[in-house]
Ligand binder design. Structure first.
Ligand code: CS2
Length: 496
């Protein structure tokens, strides 16, 4: 559906938008590209780019503009959508209280590395660049989940080692840009990961040093000595933008926007204050700058992201399309609450933060009926998410002799979902995972046995698959899912 009276979004039309749409309250032509962000998806546009947009309106910060970069071939669509509207886009916040829209202006340019690689490297190497930040998803880091070490043999890393002048990955591009800075006598930039990984900065450092060590020890040493890799915790539920969202923005806000973004009102950002070349004063716009973010990251990943995994596969099997509908179902709601309680013994205590309130807020956020967060979104890339968000809870609870009954059911539901390929109504499941081919085949290969998947070392590591109790618990849950169905299994598992 198109709306002919909607105004096309671009710089010169900003003043013609309806009065209830927020617009940048600063001069975009005065911005400088101090940050380069790799991975300009919905999440970045609903989160970090918004904090920056808020900050640019605060006197003294008006130069901290950003350039976005896509590294995947498919990112061309986002580059074209943004460039077609002067890098402006609409952010809609939705809650039961209503909907608000504002146009975000912090992005100054949008580049696509596969089609303009040299421009991307030069932009990162430019003297103005102070920070390169990343949301390249949990699977975008080349780490062995078993050992925690850099995956030097990964074909993508090997390709970039062999083509230093034409890298394809984020790590290859960053290394190439840092190399130019070193040769030109320029200071390094900070590399700031904003992905949901525990110790995301430490991981990025390990991967980048591992990668440069394969090729150039002098560069590796320079990076080790000069580049800062702050850890951070980021949070905001951001569904995938749909055609209905685009139509809604045209109808309700009279804006013709090729790629708006919709998010919940909640947002949180906790950043380790460790930068090597300056940083925006994010603390003036609500981010927390602290020395140790680990407890915040762990709490968020184990409770929020872990609960998403807990509802994702069971919810998909039971035929749910939206997250809030899962939460509206009393059985599933009780299950998610019980799942959070099971995980709580391995959630760090944060002074000044009540775990009980945190969990209540999560239940409310998950229940938000207006954002239509998709079950397919939270199901996607399970092979990258389980090792980060769920398996560490199981390992730590095992060490403490705590219960892992519901956690094991979640692992079982994921494997059953991969092997079955259809939900309980027989409708095909859309399995989105970089390792889908391999994992679906393994999951379907041995009847109802989860063993072939549990033996994938790069997901489950060395220890867990040798834990007979864990393996038996997963096997039992898979059998029950097949014989009794999702609801009966959840009910039985909740009874203890
Ligand atoms: C989600 C996250 O991808 C997922 O499965 O758990 O994207 C989640 O919505 C964000 O981390 C919220 O901050």
């Amino acid at each position: 559906m198109s709306n002919n009276s909607a105004t096309k979004l671009n710089q010169s039309n900003l003043h013609s938008l309806p009065a209830d749409v927020g617009v940048p309250a600063y001069r975009r032509d005065a911005l400088q590209q101090h940050t380069i962000h790799i991975g300009v998806g919905g999440f970045h546009r609903a989160h970090q780019a918004l904090y920056l947009d808020d900050l640019l309106a605060v006197p003294g910060n008006e130069r901290w503009g950003e350039c976005g970069v896509g590294v995947l071939p498919a990112d061309l669509r986002m580059r074209d959508a943004l460039c077609g509207q002067d890098c402006l886009y609409t952010l809609v916040e939705r809650s039961a209280a209503g909907q608000t829209a504002r146009v975000i202006g912090s992005l100054m340019d949008s580049l696509h590395a596969p089609s303009e690689r040299e421009t991307v490297i030069e932009r990162m190497a430019a003297p103005a660049t102070r920070i390169v930040s990343l949301t390249i998803t949990e699977g975008g880091y080349f780490l062995d989940e078993g050992t925690g070490e850099f995956l030097a043999d990964h074909p993508a890393m090997q390709y970039d080692v062999q083509h230093p002048g034409a890298p394809a990955t984020s790590m290859g591009l960053i290394a190439a840009a840092l190399n130019r800075r070193r040769q030109r006598g320029l200071p390094a930039f900070t590399v700031m990961s904003c992905d949901n990984l525990q110790g995301n900065g430490d991981i990025t450092r390990r991967v980048l040093l591992g990668f440069t060590g394969l090729r150039d020890l002098a560069l590796q040493q320079w990076i080790a000595e000069t580049v800062a890799f702050p850890n951070s915790m980021v949070d905001r539920i951001t569904p995938v933008t749909t055609a209905a969202d685009r139509d809604f923005v045209a109808e309700r806000f009279q804006i013709e926007d090729a790629w708006p973004v919709v998010a919940e009102p909640f947002r949180q950002w906790v950043i380790e204050d460790h930068f090597c070349n300056g940083r925006p004063a994010w603390e003036t716009v609500g981010a927390q700058m602290i020395q140790d973010v680990a407890p915040y990251e762990i709490m968020k990943m184990r409770l929020l992201n872990g609960s998403h995994l807990a509802m994702a596969y069971l919810g998909a099997l039971a035929g749910f399309t939206y997250v809030h509908d899962i939460l509206a179902d009393p059985l599933f709601r009780d299950f998610i609450a019980a799942f959070m309680e099971e995980v709580t013994p391995v959630v760090p205590v944060i002074p000044g933060t009540s775990a009980t309130e945190y969990k209540q807020t999560l239940m409310e956020r998950f229940s938000n009926p207006t954002i239509n967060d998709q079950v397919t979104r939270i199901c996607s890339e399970g092979s990258a998410k389980h090792p980060k968000w769920l398996l560490p809870s199981i390992a730590e609870l095992n060490a403490k002799r705590g219960s892992t009954k519901l956690l094991s059911l979640v692992v079982a539901a994921w494997i059953f979902y991969l092997g079955r390929g259809v939900n309980e109504d027989g409708a095909p499941l859309e399995i989105i995972d970089a390792r889908a081919g391999e994992l679906c085949t393994l999951a379907a290969s041995a009847g109802l046995s989860p063993l072939p998947v549990l033996r994938v070392r790069t997901i489950f590591g060395e220890q867990l698959p040798t834990n007979a109790d864990f393996v038996e618990a997963v096997e039992k849950a898979v059998r029950s899912l097949a014989a009794e169905g999702t609801r009966a299994t959840i009910r039985a598992w909740m009874r203890g």
